[in-house]
Design a binder for this molecule. Sequence first.
Ligand code: MD3
Ligand code: FE
Length: 221
Amino acid sequence: MQPHTFDLFADHQPAQQPRAEQIGEQSWVLRGFALPLTDRLLPALDAVLVAAPLRHMVTPGGFSMSVGTSSCGQLGWITDRSGYRYSRVDPLSGLPWPELPPVFADLAEAAAQEAGFSDFKADSCLINRYIPGAKMSLHQDKDENAYAAPIVSLSLGLPAMFLFGGFARGDKSQRIPLLHGDMVVWGGVDRLRFHGVLPIKQGRHPQLGEQRINLTFRVAG
Ligand code: MD3
Ligand code: FE
């Protein structure tokens, strides 16, 4: 974490608004946390997506995901007819995934710290791209090797309605709007809660256009 990055966060935070909004026992929404860094985040994201383009992966059941996905970092999440897993290589290129840009790593660590998780070092960043109408059905994230570390997410572009459920598929979900620059940290007892994203509404974001991009930073290995 570079000191100048830290100053940026301090300077841009509106004084009145609470910095962190608790949504679960060990889960926090950090409204606008990434906004001071978007000028560095967006070009880094573009470079990653040139090296490892978004693609619509196929689930074990044979359905093509409505969300386009890619990854950076040492491990990337993939799915195909044989199952879900993390891979050191991008199956599209046969090459290792692009490195995690330092601005991504610093931001994820700072957000985790803010939510009470120190020394968060992500080895994987999953990139999800939603166009209007795309959604993510309720699911649990269980493909990581350990659940001690939190998952940190960054929302960019069009708004989304995030569903934060319980520990069984049928449990009631909270609906949490996520806007450009918002970050969420899920850890500890909340790590295995069901969650999903409602279909994205039509719209145009001034910087990202007609799309939402979500990054999730994970310790997968
Ligand atoms: C809550 N992505 O990629 S962010 C996913 O907005 C995923 O693209 C959504 O669910 C998206 O798996 C939601 C984050 C998220 C990730 C892991 C969680 C929320 C979580 C684990 C437990 C509880
Ligand atoms: Fe998930």
